[in-house]
Design a protein around this ligand. Structure first.
Ligand SMILES: NC(=O)c1ccc[n+]([C@@H]2O[C@H](COP(=O)([O-])OP(=O)(O)OC[C@H]3O[C@@H](n4cnc5c(N)ncnc54)[C@H](OP(=O)(O)O)[C@@H]3O)[C@@H](O)[C@H]2O)c1
Length: 289
């Protein structure tokens, strides 16, 4: 039995779909009954919370491999550590940990938190595979589309920093293969998309896909901080996002290599494919109504 945690989340949901397609015995872990009711047919749903040890023991009953993921929150280290302890106690054979690019060389922000969990996982002596994905293509719609729809622009303090975005569906293919252990055991995979894209280039590509002019406005970090705080985002989250952007500005997100293609045994999703499939998300809905 394979357990997929975070089954309601952006990447966990897609890992679950892939696992359900490829494996016969899949259990999906949710925190709420409402989300559990959405579990795809063919897989078991279980309710559990990383902060509730007993619920984890129940979720892990009969489980041999686990995909571990948590929201990018400061409690991630403690919550995922609880899960790793529970996996060890339950005799789980192999753990696939969803970490983040930068965990190897950037001690701040989300990568710094993920690194602590990676170290904890290694210390348990369980068999593991660590996935360190670069930025998700799906962030482009989640973060940039609202102001593009409203104002034809997106505003970020990233200069000409480049990010090799990748698709969560491609991460899911790697995760499900890695859940088998085997040759993936003991490996840490840094997963990059096929192209390192600056925001200037991103604006051009979105303009082409959406059929309207979209501009990238490079704002000062203090202005971005003010906007995010004004939107009600917590201070810790604003700081973590700006620190991650610093990592990108230092060139940390600009790597490209053939690893993802090799692991998924086909070409990874490209930015243009993603933008074409999501073009309507960038159009002024009022104008096109
Ligand atoms: N976005 C990126 O570009 C990117 C890049 C590299 C790495 N990452 C990493 O990928 C990870 C997942 O990101 P995401 O966007 O998929 O996050 P997400 O959408 O917030 O999903 C996180 C999942 O974790 C679950 N969860 C949260 N707290 C939990 C708890 N106490 N017990 C059990 N489950 C809990 C959530 O359940 P609920 O629905 O109940 O809250 C949700 O299913 C993050 O750690 C992030 O740092 C993201």
């Amino acid at each position: 039995m394979i357990l997929i945690t975070g089954a309601s989340g952006s990447v966990g949901k897609v890992v679950l779909q892939e696992a359900n397609r490829k494996e016969s015995k899949v259990r999906a872990m949710y925190r709420s009954k409402e989300e559990a009711a959405k579990a795809p047919s063919g897989c078991e749903a279980v309710l559990a919370d990383y902060s509730d040890k007993q619920s984890l023991g129940n979720a892990l009953n009969g489980v041999t491999s686990v995909y571990v993921v948590c929201s990018p929150i400061p409690q991630l280290v403690e919550l995922e550590s609880n899960m790793l302890d529970a996996c060890k106690e339950a005799g789980v054979k192999h753990v696939v940990l969803n970490s983040a690019l930068g965990a190897g060389d950037y001690a701040k922000s989300f990568p710094g938190w993920h690194r602590k969990v990676e170290d904890k996982l290694k210390a348990t002596k369980m068999s593991y595979t660590i996935l360190r994905p670069n930025g998700f293509l799906q962030n482009i719609v989640a973060y940039n589309a609202p102001s593009i729809r409203a104002q034809g622009a997106f505003y970020v303090a990233m200069g000409d920093a480049r990010v090799s975005y990748l698709d969560v569906g491609d991460i899911a293919v790697v995760a499900v293969k890695a859940l088998q252990g085997g040759a993936h055991a003991g490996k840490t995979y840094e997963l990059n998309g096929p192209e390192a894209i600056s925001n200037q280039e991103l604006a051009k590509r979105i303009s082409k896909a959406a059929g309207r002019t979209v501009n990238y406005v490079d704002i000062p970090e203090s202005a971005q901080r003010g906007v995010m705080l004004g939107l009600g985002m917590p201070e810790w989250q604003v700081t973590a996002l700006l620190e991650l952007q610093q990592y990108y500005k230092q060139g940390g997100g600009a790597k490209t290599d053939g690893l993802l293609k090799t692991l998924i045994e086909r070409a990874p999703m490209t930015l243009d494919q993603y933008l074409t499939a999501n073009a309507r998300e960038f159009r002024d809905q009022a104008a096109s109504a």
